[in-house]
Design a protein around this ligand. Structure first.
Ligand SMILES: [Zn+2]
Length: 307
């Protein structure tokens, strides 16, 4: 089997996609506010807790279009920062480990059974998935969220997100956000345009994750077109919907990126565990990488401690 250098690069990116330490607690502790709903104990695997159902509250709650929310709300950083953070999990590959997977890579590769156990724990613990428009309305206006809200995000377009995560989430009535890097669409082991379209049609949200995963902090001039404008337009053509949300490759950002993203129609952007920008929290929404090493209980503890 022959590999082009591009596909080797993609393979390398796939496991090195986000280089933040998963267990970093970020700004936990900087705010006394904690989402009360997440403070409870996790449901034990195997117990029949209050599972979310296919008609869970989250999906029944309509969220306003972000463009309907006035600048007086979206520009009020202090009010946004004062609200408790909603836990957001970031996943990459969902597959069993092989002998070739490095120790570090395994943070980004979650074995199938481990992933299923994590989702079952969330459902048994009563978590409801929310989508970015709901989060945006909550962050900017304090709009009500379902009980025990959580957001699930999947980066880098890996095929197993469609073949493994999607049916698992479906069992619990969960929806998610898929941050797509467009260079990988249709390549072996990655999703196709049809997969992305189907995820979108089924009520999930597609977000932009650049063309080929280059670090936003290094963009100059035409890079904004190549990495942001064109791929986002591609995703809008695939889904038939406006793309409002962006995730930084490797979670890396700087303040210079905010006006560039805003001028290209984004209303919010997602980073990883580091502290939020104090002037622009909507463009540094925190997520934690749910490690392949984490049992359901460890995941629950991380959720409680990190947000
Ligand atoms: Zn990525």
């Amino acid at each position: 089997m022959k590999f082009s250098s591009a596909s080797l690069l993609l393979a390398a990116l796939a496991v090195a996609a986000c280089d933040s330490k998963t267990a970093t607690l970020g700004e936990a502790g900087t705010s006394s506010a904690t989402v009360e709903a997440i403070a409870g104990a996790p449901a034990e695997a195997g117990t029949s807790g209050t599972s979310a159902t296919a008609t869970d509250e989250a999906n029944a709650t309509p969220a306003p279009d972000p463009s309907a929310i006035p600048a007086s709300s979206t520009g009020n950083a202090a009010a946004i920062l004062a609200r408790p953070q909603v836990p957001i999990l970031c996943y990459h590959q969902i597959r069993d480990w092989t002998a070739r997977d490095s120790k570090n890579a395994k943070d980004y590769i979650i074995p199938v059974a481990q992933f299923k156990a994590q989702m079952k724990m969330l459902a048994d613990s009563g978590y409801h998935t929310i989508l970015p428009d709901q989060l945006y309305a909550y962050m900017t206006t304090g709009a009500k969220l379902p009980s025990k809200p959580i957001m699930l995000t999947f980066d880098d377009t890996d095929l197993d997100q469609f073949t493994v995560a999607r049916p698992t989430l479906e069992q619990y009535g969960y929806k998610a956000v898929y941050f797509v890097m467009t260079v990988s669409l249709g390549r072996p082991r990655y999703m196709t345009k049809a997969h992305v379209k189907q995820l979108s049609d089924e009520g999930n949200v597609i977000g932009s994750h650049t063309w080929d995963h280059h670090n936003v902090k290094k963009y100059q001039g035409q890079d904004w077109v190549t990495q942001i404008e064109k791929p986002t337009k591609t995703l809008e053509e695939i889904t038939g919907k406006k793309i409002n949300y962006f995730a930084y490759p490797f979670g890396l950002w700087n303040a210079q990126a905010f006006p560039e993203l805003k001028s290209r129609g984004f209303v919010a952007a997602f980073s990883l565990a580091e502290k939020r920008d104090q002037n622009d929290p909507l463009f540094t929404i925190r997520r934690i990488i749910a490690s392949g090493y984490w049992s359901p209980r460890t995941l629950h503890n991380s959720i409680v401690q990190s947000f």
